[in-house]
Write a new protein. Sequence first.
Length: 239
Amino acid sequence: MAALHKRIGVIVPSVNTVVEPWFSAVCPPGVTVHAARMFLDNNLTPEALVRMDRDEGMRGVKQIMSCKPSSVAYCCTASSIVQGLEYDGRLNHELHHAAGVPAFTATSGIIEALHAVGAKRIAVCSPYTKAIDDAEHVFFAAAGFEILGAAHLGIADAFALADPTPDDIYALWKKSWHADADASLITCLNMNSQDVVERIEKETGKPVITSTQATLWKLLRAAGVQDAIGGFGTLLADY
């Protein structure tokens, strides 16, 4: 069982409706989820994401640290993707320095999760626009992964990223899948990708990493919580 009174902190874009309810629903007993929000308008563009980081990011860190969490995640995959791997490294350093506890970006959690399951060649899908999806391919290629298949939904409304149903997400994944991939990657923390992980892993026999599941996994492990969580794939159950 998890140690009692562990708090984990999330800093989320204001449009996000997925992270808080899902993390809270599946965390082990005694682990509570606490959030700070960064304003992001519904027009999902690289410029809007950069503006959110610049104007709201460190303010979000200050807010969340007032409730003394054991670990903190910066819960926006796209903001790091559009600004590149080098930027993501700097942001991780700034987050950790400002928080004084383990603090990290969602993208660094994804990369760590992919390494944990031994993935080098991946099939990638997202709900993003083509511009952000293209930036995603550049980002993960720069991080050392070979992208064998890809697909995206082209959603430009940041609030609507949460709209795809499990069947929608499965169909998106199916378009991206390549049999030679070591793992599937489904990105975006405002999409309920965790709901299709078990279905895909049973079909392919290979791990699935998602923004939601990988971020929660790293948050818990960074807070010293080692409990397995079933129902959302091998990462949360076995690593």
